[in-house]
Design a binder for this molecule. Sequence first.
Ligand SMILES: [Zn+2]
Length: 294
Amino acid sequence: MDAQTKNLIKFFLVPLLFATIAVWAAGWQRQPDFLLHVNFYDVGQGDSIFIQTFQGNQILIDGGPTDQVLQYLGEDMPFYDRTIDLLVLTHPHADHVAGFVDILRRYKVTKIILPEVDFHSQTYDEFLAEANDKGVELVYAKQGQRIYLDKATVFDVYYPYGQAAGGSFTEGFVSQASQDLNDTSIVGKLSFGKTSILFTGDAGINIESILLPQFNLDADLLKVGHHGSRHSTSVPFLEEVTPEFAVIEVGENNYGHPTQEVLDKLEQVGSQVFRTDQGQTIRFVSDGANLYKQ
Ligand SMILES: [Zn+2]
């Protein structure tokens, strides 16, 4: 090769090749299709919701009661994508946190948002230890936080209020509502363009009534609280949310979830109801103007 050819390769072809690979790899890694995807997984009795924002960021709200979520992520994420941008743990009960232990072992997680509660169980402690081990940033949910999921997608935290006085969830603000761990659940609204989804964890009716006068709860889709328990989803709450779609994350259980009472109320406000125990993953897509079922 003469010097001119060498220079051509060195200064033109090689950089061009690298640039091409970089763009190709970036495109492959995230595959954003400029739509918001929200997938409700059938993880049995528990919650697990996978979100991919229009810019391709990936978020999981709860991990379900087993490692089954890994199988779903295997279907919804490319095999070479081993990172998840954010985990939202609504509250530390096993039917919401257990799958996160396995997620933390298999994926590189950037950040976790969770309520600050003084609670211990084998599974929850394992989750905290794993997060600590991997150096994942923990952020405690606090009313009024706005979390940018990407440049155009936000998650506004409506509940809990934040750190309970004395470090125990049974004290301080949280206890004014209830001493039930379900009532420490992160409640918040995801907004993308004109479309919005309300996530409620397992929060009860008393939390709903605290939020009613404070926030515009109107949403296109409601993740129905507490697997369709009669202790969540009051009529005044539903009349504010008026969700076009309602998704109940539920599996085999001895609690009678979802209750006929809640199913009737959802019908009364004209919601189209989807249940995770009646099929596969329930997929919704938003282009920012409309949210629709896939
Ligand atoms: Zn639950």
